[in-house]
Design a binder for this molecule. Structure first.
Ligand code: CAA
Ligand code: FAD
Length: 379
């Protein structure tokens, strides 16, 4: 593994940092408080190429590697984790899944719009009774010849109301269990598709999370992704890469909180000196920086595994498990370094603390990452 970033990777990192600092920072508190979807900001992210970073230029993407994607995700997440989850779902679940497993027609139809930000996508696996236990899909897709009849409910869907295209996982042949599951491209305007109310969340409040209801939605056969019964493998393969994106999001939340704590510790005085002069604060900063560097190495290792066509299910799960723990711990300590000021919105760290929690839950909880890692170890 080469620890030196290339000029291109450094340029992506710098562009993402500039964008986050100039375009995202100013309104982030208001968007969080009012659960306001970052419509304008996402449009600009599309224009700048942040929504289809790894997609081939043939389909309108940036043709970049996963390392560049991790670097950009870190920078955006330092400032606004709502924007970065929208970015992550669009890049690593929707675009990647479509480019890797979609047919030529599906790719030509959807990828240019998804990479430019003209539309955004959603990935729909979770259900009211099938979260971690994802094989237990209750949503059904009955094979009716030239179409499938889709019925059921999906839960917690990121980009739930703002997306135009949805990759939906559903059970076609229950007797085949997970091998009877399919993945479909579902369009928002298909009759029988209803978006439920928006969830009122603890964190990532700028992103819109909804349940989705499907009642006798006719999905044309050509909208199935891959062979009959490929849907569960599609979901698992796609999530393996998605977890690298969420690991990078967690890394960004941690480094954002750390940078704020470092700066504040040099400004705030107590007992006649800057609080950074107290060893208790210095030790907090040392722990934060060490954990963040370790998390970054795991993220880059997983990204490098993916870029060099090695198996990345384990390294991606390790990166997500560790980086999300570091995000939570670092954000809590950053609030502590800020004292009472950390408890109010103007200082940003309370938001980062609330945002950090979701990284231990979605795209597989920390317990699920441990299952994935240990199964790989015991293979
Ligand atoms: N690649 C390809 N196939 C895979 C795979 C991978 N990485 N991991 C598992 N599979 C296949 C297995 O080979 C098996 O297929 P076969 O029987 O044909 O060989 C099939 O999947 C079932 O695997 P398991 O027997 O291991 O299934 P399980 O039920 O014991 O556990 C699990 C699987 C890992 C726990 C899985 O259910 C899981 O990942 N759960 C978490 C779900 C999740 O991450 N949801 C995220 C939703 S999206 C989201 O959250 C987005 C967002 O927030 C922004
Ligand atoms: P459960 O599976 O019910 O788990 C409850 C607890 O039990 C957890 O602590 C879990 O780790 C633990 N547990 C369960 N099984 C085991 C086990 N075998 N061993 C040990 N512990 C176990 N899903 C999508 O499909 N698309 C999205 O875009 C999406 N976005 C989301 C956005 C938000 C804000 C949220 C909150 C969720 C989102 N999700 C999405 C759903 C998310 O992936 C699930 O919430 C997650 O996978 C956990 O499922 P669950 O909520 O049903 O919890």
């Amino acid at each position: 593994m080469d620890f030196q970033l290339t000029e291109e990777q450094l340029a992506v990192q710098s562009a993402a940092r500039d964008f986050a600092q100039t375009e995202l920072w100013a309104g982030v508190i208001e968007r969080d408080e009012h659960q306001k979807f970052p419509t304008e900001q996402i449009k600009k992210m599309g224009e700048l190429g942040f929504l289809g970073m790894m997609v081939s230029p043939e389909y309108g993407g940036g043709g970049m590697d996963t390392v560049s994607y991790v670097l950009a995700m870190e920078e955006i997440s330092k400032v606004d984790a709502s924007c970065s989850v929208i970015m992550s779902v669009n890049n690593s679940l929707v675009c990647w899944g479509l480019e890797k497993y979609g047919n030529e027609e599906q790719k030509r139809k959807w990828l240019p719009k998804l990479t430019s930000g003209e539309i955004i996508g959603a990935f729909c696996l979770s259900e009211p009774e099938a979260g971690s236990d994802a094989t237990m899909q209750r949503t059904t897709a009955e094979d009716k010849g030239d179409y499938y009849l889709l019925n059921g409910t999906k839960n917690w869907i990121t980009n739930g109301s703002s997306a135009s295209v949805y990759l939906v996982i559903a059970q076609t042949n229950p007797e085949l269990k997970h091998r009877g599951i399919n993945a479909f491209i579902v369009e928002k305007d298909m009759p029988g598709f209803v978006v439920g109310p928006k969830e009122n969340k603890l964190g990532i409040r700028g992103s819109d999370t909804h349940s989705l209801m499907f009642t006798d939605v006719k999905v044309p056969k050509e909208n199935r992704i891959g062979e009959d019964g490929f849907g569960f493998k599609f979901a698992m393969q796609t999530l393996a890469g998605g977890r690298i994106g969420i690991a990078a999001q967690a890394l960004g939340i941690a480094s954002g909180a750390f940078e704020l704590a470092l700066k504040y510790s040099k400004e705030r005085k107590a007992f006649g000196v800057e609080i950074a002069k107290h060893q208790a604060i210095q030790f907090k900063l040392a722990d934060m920086a060490t954990n963040i560097d370790a998390a970054r190495l795991l993220c880059l290792q997983a990204a490098n595994d993916k870029d060099s066509h090695q198996d990345y299910a384990k390294s991606g799960a390790m990166a997500k498990l560790f980086a999300s723990k570091v995000a939570m711990e670092t954000a809590v300590e950053a609030v502590q370094v800020h004292g009472g000021y950390g408890f109010v919105k103007e200082f940003h760290v309370e938001r980062l603390m609330r945002d950090a929690k979701i990284t231990q839950i979605y795209e597989g909880t920390s317990e699920i990452q441990k299952i994935v890692i240990s199964r790989e170890l015991l293979k």
